[in-house]
Ligand binder design. Structure first.
Ligand SMILES: C[S@@+](CC[C@H](N)C(=O)[O-])C[C@H]1O[C@@H](n2cnc3c(N)ncnc32)[C@H](O)[C@@H]1O
Length: 415
């Protein structure tokens, strides 16, 4: 147990036995106090008894946002308020506080401990006489003008696990001090932090290293991409039957180059879904299937399936455990934006941007090993992400390179 804030010596054996038998009979009557990191501020002995008796439910208070100095002051104040302390024990706590903050006025220290300023003055004189503290002519004024910025503190009784987690964040404490509940404050802070994370501005010139393109057959393993160097793979492999074995190469590539916890999003056709899922799962862990809507009047008609299709699956695989943002699982391509100008199987930039926005943050590294006309690269670079792309056909690399350069300039002009 962390005892940094235990300001009183341990109870004697008899006192401890008495406390234990009282708790056994009546339970814990005075809440045990913690800071937001789970350190005990008050109630070290009560907590020890609970652990020995196997008591898991007891009244609890969490005080969040205090400085180290404030925590010790608080612990002393609680002890001062207890009647069973002797005069000497009380005096010891006052001395501890003066020694810790000699620059504070007697009035401030007295207010913090909940005692009379006179008592503090007497103790200060005594400490000065015994040379335990230096004589201080000036003290910080009561308006706190020479003090470090006062942090806001809040208390929360018997918090749930979610509330306990929420108050680890000083920004949540700030909002709670304005009257919001812990969970509302946490939600709001998470929203603001996410907006901050997603914000980006594009430099005037495309920075070196923003994107790299390779002419490469995925079956050779893309060895130029280092192990565990990629945040996300977002790709759209060919759908016809003869390409199905490539999904196994893709699975192995992802397992090697993704960072632990990294995700791979694969746009797939419906016709061979069972086989594709089997291949992709060879080295990666299936996580979810998102729906990629392709609304508009030009839906492909699959005559052999007697289907007009308006969506396709986005299969989501992870390496290890995903711990990122919550993801809405319906992604939308803008109506009729199925641009085939750069590749016969080209996807829409708008749809790709939606995927990239949901999953990734500016600065993340995205890999697409089936570039085609480079839609993923265009969207990634326009959104401040880094991009690695490859394709078996050199012509596709050239098209993508030109397209990315132009798209970057266009995105800069639109800012
Ligand atoms: C469906 S297209 C990608 C289209 C792209 N999403 C777009 O919007 O332009 C798939 C690409 O995979 C490439 N490809 C096919 N076999 C490959 C292989 N063995 N290694 C690497 N790329 C391959 C094709 O040349 C094609 O450009």
């Amino acid at each position: 147990m962390n005892t940094s804030y235990q300001v009183m010596p341990d109870l004697t054996d008899d006192e401890y036995r008495e406390l234990k038998s009282d708790i056994q009979k009546r339970g814990v009557m005075v809440p045990i106090e913690f800071d937001e990191h789970g350190n005990v501020l008050d109630g070290h002995h009560r907590l020890k008894v609970c652990r020995e008796l196997g008591i898991k439910e007891y009244p609890k208070v969490i005080r969040a946002g205090m400085t180290e100095e404030e925590k010790r002051l608080h612990a002393r104040k609680l002890n001062m308020a207890r009647r069973q302390l002797t005069r000497e024990q009380m005096g010891e706590l006052v001395d501890q506080q003066i020694i810790e903050t000699p620059e504070k006025s007697d009035r401030q220290i007295a207010a913090g401990l909940g005692i009379a300023p006179n008592t503090v003055s007497n103790h200060r004189r005594d400490l000065e006489r015994r040379a335990q503290i230096a004589h201080i002519d000036k003290s910080t004024d009561t308006l706190g003008r020479e003090q470090p910025r006062q942090r806001k503190t809040v208390s929360i009784f018997n918090p749930t696990a979610r509330e306990q987690k929420a108050i680890q964040n000083p920004a949540v404490i700030e909002r709670m001090a304005e009257g919001e509940s812990a969970l509302t404050a946490a939600k709001q802070v998470a929203r603001e932090e996410k907006a901050e994370r997603k914000h980006f501005t594009l430099p005037e010139e495309i920075p070196d290293g923003t994107y790299t393109l390779y002419t490469e057959d995925i079956r050779n393993g893309l060895l130029m991409v280092a192990d565990e160097s990629v945040d996300y793979i977002i790709t759209d492999p060919p759908y016809p039957r003869e390409y199905i074995p490539l999904y196994s190469d893709l699975s192995r590539l992802a397992a090697r180059v993704l960072k632990p916890g990294g995700s791979m999003i694969v746009m797939v056709g419906q016709s061979y879904l069972p086989e594709v899922i089997e291949q992709l799962g060879q080295a990666m862990q299936y996580h979810w299937c998102l729906s990629y809507l392709t609304p508009g009047g030009q839906s492909p008609q699959l005559w052999n399936k007697r289907t007009n299709t308006f969506w396709k699956p986005l299969l989501w695989y992870v390496k290890g455990t995903y711990s990122g943002d919550y993801i809405g699982d319906v992604v939308k391509s803008p109506p009729n934006e199925n641009d085939k100008q750069f590749h016969e199987w080209g996807q829409s930039v708008g749809g790709m941007k939606d995927i990239i926005e949901r999953f990734t943050d500016p600065g993340d590294i995205i890999l697409d090993p089936f570039l085609g006309g480079g839609t993923t690269g265009v969207a990634a670079v326009q959104m401040g992400r880094k991009f690695i792309g490859s394709d078996i056909l050199e012509a596709n690399i050239k098209i993508t390179d030109e397209r990315i350069k132009e798209a970057y300039t266009n995105a800069r002009c639109e800012e």
